[in-house]
Design a binder for this molecule. Sequence first.
Ligand SMILES: C[S@@+](CC[C@H](N)C(=O)[O-])C[C@H]1O[C@@H](n2cnc3c(N)ncnc32)[C@H](O)[C@@H]1O
Length: 248
Amino acid sequence: MASLTGSVAHLYALLHRGTPGDLRFYRSVCAGGSRVLELGSGSGRVALDLAARGHVVTGMDVEPALIDVAREQVAAVGEDARERLRFIEGDIRDFDLDERFDRIIVPFNTLCCLLTRSDLEGCFRSASRHLEPGGLFAFDIYRGDPDTTVDEGETHLVRIDDGARSWDVYERARAHDDPFRADTCYRFRANGDEERHLTIAQRLVTDDEVERALQLADLSTRQRFGGFEGEPLDDDSPHLVVVAERPG
Ligand SMILES: C[S@@+](CC[C@H](N)C(=O)[O-])C[C@H]1O[C@@H](n2cnc3c(N)ncnc32)[C@H](O)[C@@H]1O
């Protein structure tokens, strides 16, 4: 993602509210663990929820404007939770925090923002280095089909309200030569005259790439689902949901 301005970061946060069932899933993954690291924490949606439930949470993101949004949200949680929560700027492809965590999570398709296989492998290696033995690494990834032609037409997605104005949000996909790559382009339009734009570059990740990256990082798969309710994974599953473990 290109560096966001503050106003677009707020619109991004209003638009990206997660996948139904994902919060419940990450709560259950984190149960029994104290220290949690969220990679690609965005506006803090998941990190805030986990801190309010007693976990000590670090959220890492590459976008300073989203970290600012997350820090603004911290005021909304109780003082106890505030003390357990921090947001730091960092690149999840390669990081070194000099500490270990019981759980590392990567919610809501963040891994699709990594644009090469080696970025994915670097992320998993970094995560593994930061896990306690027996610690869990959990993530979900949207599963698209690289053989489907990208429809580049623009559609009206939703209308969102930022408190001051209503914004109509339009979405358009932009294809690449590489069928695994596509950009999602958002156009936000308020009061019929003001416009903001946001483009998110994404890459489809195959199940095999995920398995290989886990192996290279010495992480062993404990559970693989096709959704957040424990649905079995099959060819048509819209999501790959994985819980892996760093062996003790
Ligand atoms: C779809 S959002 C998910 C936000 C949050 N995890 C949630 O569930 O609401 C993806 C996030 O990953 C962040 N991101 C993308 N590439 C990154 C990178 N290389 N390092 C750190 N953060 C990254 C983006 O800035 C964005 O906040």
